[in-house]
Design a protein around this ligand. Sequence first.
Ligand code: SAM
Length: 221
Amino acid sequence: MNSTPDMRGIGMTSQRTRERLVQRLAQEGIASGDVLQAIRNTPRHIFMDEALASRAYEDVSLPIGHGQTISQPYTVARMTEALLAARPLRKVLEVGTGSGYQTAVLAQLVGEVYSVERIRALQAQARTRLASLRVSNVHYKYSDGSWGWPEEAPYDGIIVTAAPMETPQSLLEQLAVGGRLVIPTGGSREQQLLLYVRTSDGFEREELHKVRFVALRGGRE
Ligand code: SAM
């Protein structure tokens, strides 16, 4: 992400609280210097309503309207780290643009982000916020992302920020060989974060840790 005036013009207080968040994530086990730097660079307070902005650098998920949430920074960092672990990623699909915060972190670390959102109002807001940060390597689609974005497949990485009961086959099929899919799956109370890696003859699957996400829903709003 470019260091634009918008990115810099956040004041020292915000910079200090952001640094405290980064230190906390490092203590909690986020080891990737690139991911920590992307979190440090990203003004999370612009991805939420002003009324909640004073809590932007707490390590918590917060409401963004429409029954949805901006993800907890630890979860954003952990999922991004899992996605990036093996190699540089040229093309990444994100299912669930939401506030655009995870998108902004990803856009600094990969070539192109293809981001799908099923709630039109959230997508429009995220697009405006990312444009204000001069993020230019994100492509947007208003759609049910359970089906992925097949026209642009294959992807080196896929990240899903809402939880289906089971991993959609269509997303697995859109991974390139060597590509990685990070997805929470399971019921409404708690889910298992899963990492799939596509090999030349199938998929490897690893359970990462427990998470709490909103449900992946069908259709559009
Ligand atoms: N990473 C986002 C952030 O930090 O703001 C997380 C947003 S929230 C936890 C999950 C998002 O997934 C919501 O915006 C929701 O509308 C979206 N979503 C749920 N089901 C979807 C689907 N089938 N296709 C696309 N987006 C979906």
